[in-house]
Write a protein that binds this ligand. Structure first.
Ligand code: GLC
Length: 754
């Protein structure tokens, strides 16, 4: 009897408590295959340890800096890590902290390293000293997938150098509301452009094998649809037809999955009444069953909690965990509640352990694939050689150049001549880090070239550059405006830098990096999209001086700059050109780089016009507002050059068999005196269709470089799927009939025959 009791006690002991591992355990043998190691490790894990892999915590430093209201969520973080129930971290921005926490993980029973995740949106922005590239909306203006791939490959290298393995990027939301704070993080309003650039970002981040030492796991977000909430606010409902979902918002997500993105982040918002975090159709039937996704889905920040506190579809958190994990959420982003609740749900039989195993298997696979058991620490000195290395900084300059859009150049007031005697540079953003956009840690001052610094470096030895700071965006007042006018008295031209500020990092990161006066960025939506504060008044006052005024816009959203667009002779949309932005803008300003960018998002004349997008239905503007000029301020695809391009010889087959791609040829000639790049945009219009279709939609694009008088004939292919529509039964079909092709002002048509 006694023997039996002892035996039973031993069995109980071993099955539920820590058994020290030894180096010979198969899962610790890097000679074995990933699958063998996963199987062995999984077999050794308790339920609690398995669920722990689905548990993501935030770094301590982050909260020390921001005194965030949620820092109570930091409770138990270290004890959880010691227990081996933290599968990943986010926002560990410092190497020391990552290494320290990985050490604690290594001392846990199974020694499982954690995945270190971070928002690397346009460079590894949370890392001090990283390369800060132009923001996504800026990159989109270049219509250059190859450049986006390079940017993200550089970002992945810098991430791995600092011990990060998982980028919460690409942000593949089609964005159609300029009030939204996160326009700057996205690639604009067109599904094809968003898809191509998001896929390029994934290729840059993951490469062909994200297990490589300079590659990371990418994350397609948000799934789905925060780019057109009902009111432009983050987290607000998306109330949209299935037709618009399928035509506009789903294609980039599907493109990312088909491109092999390893993870997906669920959206904060509901879609038509169902919160994305609790939607089995979205997270399982569509994502996995239909599209074949095999990675894992992470919640967004506190969004499982929000099923109770925000969406009110459950009356307690544990029910939220049940509905979210059942719908398809595999990782809980951040917070000290998740493991207990999910273990209970499995023990209560509400969630099968097989569901846990699926998530854990995918997560462990990545840890073995990336060699984290063998290489979990990084070296600070080595990292310094990778961060903002000369090659990456040069790429930041090149992509900043291509991202700049010339909106107006009346009487060729631009480029400015270097033989001017004196210019005044002024405006709240002339000497400000706003040009790096959101999701950027405070960076070394010398790393960021402001507009003023770029101009001074570029022409300071040839002409006088006078600078006047009229105060931060909301601090401009009558006094500083009249002072700016005074400063302009004996100058030949005025460069006015205005716009918006999404940059959340104060000069000193140890301060609360929630910078005051932000006008954009995450959770900073605006109810109006005119220039904030008295920036317009400043522009009008300087215009009245009669001096040539050039406006440079630094902004992360389309702005209703109607007065400026009608009165100021030279307007440059520089968006958020990143750490090399000042140099790129100066080169454009003085003609050493010919601007080539085109708008990836339409500018409405006022907030009252929203939503506006170029690919609208035919009946959208059969009438106009009585109190506003008709049409857009600037349309998607608009952008000027210092040279002129002439399109000719548009040709393609005039009869297309349904299901065939359409090959389009067109000749572009540089008829001006500057070398330059032209972005060829091919639009399609289904002339008569059984359901309404867009007046035009982008179906192909390509950059072309041309010297003066040089001509090139380019061939672009329109994939047959671009001819398809969702008919009244929501079946995707290609209908016979005429289709117009529009390229560079030329129009012609072909007929689709059965
Ligand atoms: C935020 C954002 C998401 C980001 C995450 C982690 O809530 O919605 O895009 O990746 O938190 O920082």
């Amino acid at each position: 009897m006694k023997k039996t009791i002892v035996t039973l006690m031993l069995i109980f002991l071993f099955s539920h408590t820590a058994i020290a591992q030894n180096e010979n355990d198969p899962y610790l043998n890097s000679e074995l295959s990933v699958n063998e190691r996963v199987n062995d490790l999984l077999s050794r894990m308790t339920l609690r340890e398995k669920v722990g892999q689905m548990n993501q915590r935030a770094g301590k430093k982050y909260f020390e800096n921001v005194n965030d209201t949620v820092s109570h969520q930091m409770l138990n973080m270290l004890s959880d890590l010691k227990e081996g129930i933290v599968g990943s971290f986010l926002i560990l921005s410092e190497i020391d902290e990552s290494n320290k926490l990985q050490k604690i993980a290594e001392n846990s029973r199974l020694k499982i390293p954690f995945l270190n995740a971070i928002d690397a949106i346009h460079g590894h922005g949370w890392a001090y000293g990283a390369t800060i590239f132009p923001t996504s909306i800026s990159q989109a203006s270049a219509f250059n997938p190859a450049a986006v791939e390079k940017i993200n490959a550089a970002t992945a290298k810098e991430m791995r150098a600092t011990g990060h393995h998982w980028a919460f990027f690409p942000y593949m939301s089609v964005t159609r509301d300029p009030r939204f704070g996160r326009v700057g993080e996205n690639y604009g309003e067109d599904p094809l452009l968003v898809t191509r650039l998001s896929v390029a970002a994934i290729k840059g981040l993951q490469g062909d094998d994200y297990g490589a030492p300079d590659k990371v796991i990418a994350c397609a977000k948000v799934f789905l649809g925060d780019g057109q909430s009902i009111n432009g606010l983050n987290l607000a409902p998306m109330d949209i037809s299935m037709r618009t979902l399928k035509e506009i918002f789903l294609p980039p997500a599907e493109g990312c999955v088909k491109a092999g993105v390893r993870t997906v982040m669920a959206a904060h918002n509901e879609i038509n009444g169902v919160p994305a975090h609790a939607d089995p159709w979205l997270l399982t039937e569509l994502l996995r069953d239909e599209w074949g996704f095999e990675g894992y889905v992470i919640s967004d920040w506190q969004d499982i909690e929000r099923l109770n506190t925000g969406h009110r579809i459950v009356d307690n958190y544990k029910d939220g965990v049940e509905i979210a994990v059942s719908a398809g959420i595999d990782v809980h982003m951040f917070g000290d509640h998740f493991v207990d609740e999910l273990v209970e749900l499995v023990e209560e039989g509400k969630i099968p352990e097989s569901r846990i195993d699926r998530a854990v298997r995918a997560i462990l696979t990545d840890k073995f694939k990336m060699g984290l058991f063998e290489n979990r620490y990084v070296d600070k000195e080595a990292a310094k050689k990778i961060l903002a290395n000369p090659e990456h900084v040069q790429l930041a300059l090149e992509t900043a150049r291509e991202s700049i859009v010339l909106l107006k150049n009346e009487n060729n007031v631009l480029p400015l001549s270097k033989s001017l005697n004196k210019i005044l540079v002024t405006g709240p953003l002339a000497n400000d880090n706003a040009l790096v956009g959101d999701w950027v840690h405070t960076q070394p001052d010398e790393n960021i070239i402001t507009i003023l610094e770029g101009i001074e470096d570029h022409v300071g030895s040839e002409l006088d550059v006078e600078y006047y700071n009229p105060g931060d965006i909301y601090d401009i007042d009558e006094k500083t405006i009249s002072e700016a006018v005074k400063k302009s008295e004996n100058v030949d031209a005025i460069v006015l830098v205005v716009g918006g500020n999404d940059n959340r990092s104060d000069k000193d990161w140890t301060l609360n990096p929630r910078r005051k006066n932000r006008t954009g960025g995450e959770n900073i939506a605006r109810a109006d999209i005119v220039l904030a504060g008295m920036q317009d008044d400043l522009a009008k006052a300087l215009y009245k001086t009669g001096k040539p005024v050039i406006v440079i816009l630094i902004n992360g959203r389309p702005l209703a700059v109607e007065w400026i667009s009608e009165n100021i002779p030279g307007i440059i949309e520089a968006w958020q050109p990143g750490m090399q932005g000042g140099n790129a803008v100066a080169e454009v300003l003085f003609g050493d780089y010919n601007p080539s960018g085109k708008l990836p998002m339409t500018f409405p004349r006022s907030v009252g016009h929203i939503p506006v997008f170029y690919n609208h239905r035919p009946s959208t503007f059969l009438r106009h507002y009585t109190d506003s000029k008709p049409g857009f301020l600037y349309e998607f695809g608009f952008g000027l050059s210092y040279t002129t391009f002439e399109y000719s010889n548009l040709s393609f087959t005039d009869k297309v068999t349904s299901g065939d791609d359409v090959e389009v040829k067109v000749t572009i000639t540089n008829t001006g005196s500057y070398s330059g790049d032209e972005i060829v945009l091919v639009y399609l219009n289904d002339e008569i269709s059984s359901v309404t279709t867009p007046v035009k939609k982008l179906v192909a694009f390509q950059r072309v470089s041309l010297k003066p008088d040089e001509a090139k004939t380019v061939t672009l292919s329109i994939p047959s799927i671009q001819l398809a529509l969702y008919n009244r039964e929501m079946k995707q079909v290609i209908e016979p009939g005429d289709f117009q092709v529009m390229v560079g002002g030329l129009i012609d048509k072909f007929e689709v025959v059965e």
